[in-house]
Write a protein that binds this ligand. Structure first.
Ligand code: CIR
Length: 257
């Protein structure tokens, strides 16, 4: 169970962030409304949400997930792979230090939290344009010291591993066709997003509820047999900046006594 999450309100410079999308520029009023709905949704699932103010000069800073990897025992401050995002981690240190001991990914390692998928004591670490092999090695070593096992997965398509692969409960992974049948996830049942619905792979399992991006009916019908409640949230203004549901929060389990 997640007891706490950290989010950050997008700032007025949000439309200047990084994107590969050819969709239109995000509308700020809608961006903020979608962010508020996201926070409300997490709160409705029993999560205490810390909402940080915008970080001026860092247009991608609302995608807080990329700045840290947090487990019960430690918060690992990342070293984001995009130069324009490097300074975001400094703004996350104080809020995270209040909740966990800190560790850090050091140069020449680079790592974005969007490449990191946790399933219980297992981690899947994507090596992508943002996360390099050295970053993956450092993270795996820090996590191994706390009893977590890691597998490295090459991310050849999509921005981050979790753009294409997420755990949806019941020993099942939701994947894009690129990751279907990948040997690293052979122990899991797999649901493959239908062609044209690849963005829906970024579905977030939160305290037993699946939070899906709105408007992916075919993927939804494949998820329904899992028997979990499904909530759809409109993420149109985040999609325009290559973001989605997982990127918008750092999720923390309750610390063990
Ligand atoms: C970026 O390119 O870094 C941002 N515009 C989007 C980051 C999305 N983060 C994530 O999937 N974890």
């Amino acid at each position: 169970m997640f007891s706490h999450a950290i989010t950050r309100v997008p700032g007025p410079d949000y439309p200047q962030g990084l994107t590969t999308s050819t969709l239109s520029a995000p509308d700020m009023a809608l961006t903020l409304a979608q962010h508020a709905a996201y926070v409300d949704c997490l709160e409705s699932l029993g999560v205490e949400v810390t909402v940080l103010p915008p970080a001026p000069g860092f247009p991608d800073a609302c995608f807080v997930e990329d700045t840290a990897v947090v487990v019960r025992e430690v918060a690992v401050i990342t070293r984001p792979g995009a130069p324009s995002r490097a300074g975001e981690t400094a703004t996350m240190e104080a809020p995270l230090a209040a909740l966990r001991p800190l560790a850090r990914i050091e140069a020449p390692g680079s790592l974005d939290g969007g490449d990191i998928l946790q399933v219980g004591k297992r981690f899947f670490i994507g090596v992508s344009d943002r996360t390099n092999a050295e970053g993956a090695r450092q993270l795996a070593a820090i996590l191994a010291a706390h009893g977590y096992e890691s597998s490295v997965i090459e991310v050849a398509a999509g921005l981050h591993l979790k753009s294409s692969l997420n755990f949806v409960g019941n020993n099942t992974m939701l994947v894009t066709a690129d990751f279907a049948g990948h040997p690293a996830i052979a122990d899991f049942d797999q649901i493959v997003c239908p062609a044209g619905e690849e963005y829906a792979a970024n579905t977030l399992l939160m305290n037993g509820t699946l939070i899906m991006p709105a408007g992916y009916a075919r993927t939804r019908s494949l998820l329904e047999p899992l028997g979990l409640p499904i909530v759809e949230l409109d993420t149109s203004e985040y999609r325009k900046m290559d973001g989605g549901l997982t990127c918008l929060s750092l999720r923390l389990e309750a610390r063990l006594p």
